[in-house]
Design a protein around this ligand. Structure first.
Ligand code: FES
Length: 384
């Protein structure tokens, strides 16, 4: 797809959002200060935090429903898995860098926003993680103490899944009901941004940088493997939009690169015996190597900063084990200035649109039976 066509697609989508949605209360929409909260799953910054991180992850019924004994099971699984996972974190330097990068991205994004969106300034940066510090509860209390009345919950998963963004919003709604029953803080949601041109450009730049390290003779033959976290097929079959949205990011990035290289979208981090979405990244690499392919770039397409799935699973386990110097990874977005400008543009546009969420957020998965999903949507939409 040409860049111009991609831009038009983006504009059309944005227009549809505006028409399809109830708008936020006008007096709340265009007045600062505006709290902008980057939401993510988070990761343990230090080894002693690993156990509690795992416990919260396995206790999340939106991520993996384990029935009425979930808290007990979560305690057991966290206890069993902590030594192995802590060892993995030790191998990548003693903790996840996701907090460092998220705080940096939030601060830099708000500096740009103050410049390009003066009507909603000052923009105050916050980070809220689902399973690690800074936890959403703590960030919420800090925002109340800071006197924030207008807040934007900005998911850092560019592609929406009920297991990730959906879970973070469900949690935020529960916390808001508990800590702010009078609804003094007005929230709106940026729930997905898979084809934003700045996101695609930032990915394309990092891929091109890696492509440039290959001999020009082979450069256009290097296989690009876009790798995203997999999901159990039970989640996909419920109607989760994630695979389609990840695919849309891949197409947008390939358009920026001119479709010069062969590519595939593959899926990583499968655990347990149930069926998951494939092809698996590790199996794909092994299979291509067995066919004689020696040049590949793995692109983490659903993460915006480094964490254990890039630094350990991709770098040490999958790429490291091949021993092939031509198999590399594109750098994560981390501190990319193009990426941070894209974040600011997404928030600016969202504030100007004056909407609570995208129309897609309001359509629950066709097979969803979760009360959490229902009540969180009711919570956010009653603010209109
Ligand atoms: Fe997707 Fe509930 S599981 S909306």
């Amino acid at each position: 797809m040409h860049l111009r066509a991609l831009h038009l697609l983006h504009q059309t989508t944005r227009g549809a959002f505006r028409r399809g949605l109830a708008t936020a209360a006008p007096e709340a929409a265009l007045k600062g200060p505006t709290g902008v909260v980057l939401l993510n799953m988070g990761g343990p910054s230090t080894l002693p935090e690993v156990h509690d991180f795992l416990y919260r992850l396995f206790a999340d019924e939106d991520l993996m429903p384990l029935g009425k004994y979930q808290p007990t099971l979560a305690k057991f699984i966290a206890w069993r898995r902590t030594p192995k996972i802590a060892h993995h974190y030790a191998e990548i330097g003693g903790g996840s860098p996701i907090r460092k990068w998220s705080e940096y991205q939030a601060e830099e994004m708000c500096k740009i926003l103050d410049r390009i969106a003066p009507a909603t300034a000052p923009h105050v940066p916050y980070v809220a993680f689902r399973y690690a510090a800074p936890l959403t509860d703590d960030t919420f209390v800090k925002m109340q103490q800071d006197g924030i009345k207008r807040a934007v919950a900005f998911t850092q998963y560019p592609q929406y899944s009920c297991s990730t963004t959906g879970s973070s919003f469900n949690e935020l709604a529960k916390i808001a009901e508990r800590l702010d029953p009078e609804e003094e803080m007005k929230w709106s949601l940026i729930d997905r941004w898979p084809t934003h041109p700045g996101l695609a450009k930032a990915f394309a730049q990092n891929i091109q940088k890696t492509l440039d390290t290959y001999d020009p003779e082979v450069r256009d033959k290097v296989i690009l493997l876009f790798s995203a976290h997999s999901l159990p097929m039970s989640v996909i079959n419920r109607g989760d939009p994630y695979p389609q949205e990840v695919g849309s990011t891949v197409q947008a990035v390939m358009a920026q690169l001119g479709f010069r290289n062969p590519y595939r979208l593959v899926w990583q981090s499968q655990v347990g015996p149930v069926p998951w979405l494939g092809a698996q990244t590790a199996d794909t690499v092994k299979s291509l190597v067995a066919r004689g392919e020696k040049n590949m770039i793995i692109v983490p397409i659903a993460f915006t900063s480094d964490h254990i799935e890039t630094l350990h699973e991709l770098d040490l386990e999958i790429i490291g084990e091949t021993g092939e110097p031509g198999i590399k990874r594109a750098e994560s977005l981390n501190g990319s200035p193009v990426f941070i400008e894209a974040l600011a543009d997404i928030v600016k546009t969202h504030l100007q649109q004056d909407v609570v969420s995208s129309p897609q957020y309001q359509l629950r998965c066709p097979m969803c039976t979760s009360e959490n999903c229902k009540t969180s949507r009711a919570h956010f939409l009653k603010q209109t």
